[in-house]
Design a protein around this ligand. Structure first.
Ligand SMILES: Nc1ncnc2c1ncn2[C@@H]1O[C@H](COP(=O)(O)OP(=O)(O)OP(=O)(O)O)[C@@H](O)[C@H]1O
Ligand SMILES: [Mg+2]
Length: 447
């Protein structure tokens, strides 16, 4: 899309000169001969940036700027000023002008100013679009995602939430498994009844058993009174068993029985207790290989995994990064009492280039520290943690200025080859040339 700029100056030579220079830079330019005409033209609503003289017949440059700012915040206004009005120009900057230029206008400087102002505007707009999109994303509780992979997760969630079937949520650490469990409960008819969570890896086998099933007074040393377990507390609600891959064989058998028969006894008790709970379990282990090793019962696996929801790692759904980033920025800016208007292009590309082994938890922590580090209103590369800044130039091909075309071509070919791990057919395909041509261009003998 071409940016459209409005140049307002009562001197015909100046506005035409500026227009010509800016058109050379690839912008579309419209001109106005005074403030009133400028304001009317601006009213059409398609202008991205305004360059205006200060003193003109009719409404002044300051007034024009004020009106623009009040109606459409975020449109950069660059002020042109003669010698006599520099002070007014400085005052205009305090009132929100992007910058000013003294006449006669240095065209290189103008070109740079316009470029920066538009880049900044794009950044701010992009951030706003993200915030608006966030507003529309409230349907799955606090789970953010618009990638096809997450849409699939949402789709499965809404289809299975109403049922009683057990659900096994799989995925790497930090992908949001617990959030999915929360949302399933909220979307189910059990909403309003308890959602009880048990972290299976946090307790020893014995403690976990009495935690789940409860115990009778005197069942073991320290059992001074009868205690109801999580299965009882979760009655009519949902029981979330986190890190299910960690439970031992003995408990696996007991769990299997509750899942099959919907009844159990407290530790040390005789009474059989019936229970109506929906089980949602989560693991970051590959349970199939645990089964092969003999560490996890296959029959229990089938009972738990009636429905599987796999939450993909962040590196497989990088489309979600901008929206997630906007949401975390919003959260931490508020928490730290800061105003953050956007993420600089370079910082943004760092977020994309990184592989996020710690998934969304890591992204969240990264943006929290970026907000804390950030000095201005824009998150820059320097605000990001070192791990992200050191991704180097992987995935990029660098060509130093001054390299001739022939050599540049070789660098591109070698870079593409190394990206495809030396696979010449793939590299040739990606470059749109034949394999033989690729070899010839590299000065190799064809095989
Ligand atoms: N789609 C998402 N939208 C917003 N926040 C998310 C999303 N996914 C994860 N988070 C946030 O990331 C953090 C980690 O999520 P969560 O605890 O659900 O991950 P997990 O898969 O259970 O990880 P672990 O296996 O380590 O327990 C939480 O702070 C959570 O709020
Ligand atoms: Mg978890």
């Amino acid at each position: 899309m071409k940016f459209k700029l409005l140049v307002v100056d009562d001197e015909k030579n100046i506005r035409e000169g500026l227009a010509a220079a800016l058109e050379m830079d690839g912008y579309e330019v419209v001109c106005a001969a005074d403030g009133d005409e400028g304001w009317n033209r601006f009213g059409k609503g398609d202008i991205d940036l305004v360059i205006t003289d200060l003193r003109m017949p009719g409404i002044s440059g300051e007034e024009l700027m004020r009106r623009i700012g009040a109606g459409t915040p975020g449109i950069p206004v660059i002020i042109l000023t003669g010698h006599g009005t520099v002070e007014n120009a400085v005052a205009a900057m305090r009132d929100g002008a992007w910058d000013f230029l003294t006449k006669p206008v240095n065209l290189d400087r103008l070109s740079l100013l316009v470029k920066r102002a538009l880049a900044n505007r794009e950044m701010v707009l992009q951030h706003r679009r993200m915030e608006e999109e966030l507003e529309r994303h409230k349907q799955f509780e606090s789970i953010i995602g618009r990638s096809p992979a997450m849409r699939k997760v949402f789709d499965t969630m809404s289809r299975v939430a109403p049922a009683r079937a057990s659900i096994l949520i799989t995925g790497e650490s930090g992908v949001g498994k617990e959030l999915v469990a929360d949302a399933i409960h909220e979307l189910s008819p059990r909403k309003g009844k308890p959602l009880i969570k048990v972290h299976c890896a946090a307790l020893s086998a014995g403690l976990l058993e009495s935690e789940l099933f409860g115990h009778e007074k005197g069942a073991f040393t320290g059992a001074v009174s009868r205690r109801r377990g999580r299965f009882e507390l979760a009655n009519e609600g949902t029981l979330f068993l986190d890190e299910i891959g960690e439970i031992d064989q003995n408990l696996q058998i007991k769990l299997l029985r509750v899942l099959q028969e919907r009844e159990f006894e407290r530790v040390g008790g005789e009474e059989t207790i019936e229970t109506d709970v929906r089980i949602v379990a989560a693991t970051n282990k590959d349970l199939k290989s645990e089964i092969e090793k003999g560490d996890f019962r296959e029959d229990l696996y089938f009972r738990l995994n009636v429905v599987n929801i796999h939450v993909p790692p962040l590196r497989e759904r990088k489309d979600d990064i901008p929206l997630l980033a906007a949401s975390f920025l919003h959260e931490f800016a508020a928490e730290n009492g800061k105003t953050i208007e956007g993420i600089h292009e370079k910082a943004r590309s760092r977020l994309y280039a990184y592989d996020w082994p710690g998934n969304i938890r890591e992204l969240r922590n990264c943006l929290e520290s970026a907000v804390v580090m950030c000095r201005g209103a824009i998150i820059t590369e320097d605000d990001l943690p070192p791990a992200l800044r050191n991704t180097g130039d992987e995935g990029w091909i660098r060509i130093p200025p001054g390299t001739n075309l022939e050599e540049s071509e070789k660098i591109i070919i070698r870079g593409t080859l190394s990206f495809y791990k030396g696979n010449k057919s793939k590299a040739a395909d990606a470059l749109g040339i034949g394999r033989k041509t690729l070899q010839r261009k590299l000065g190799e003998e064809s095989e």
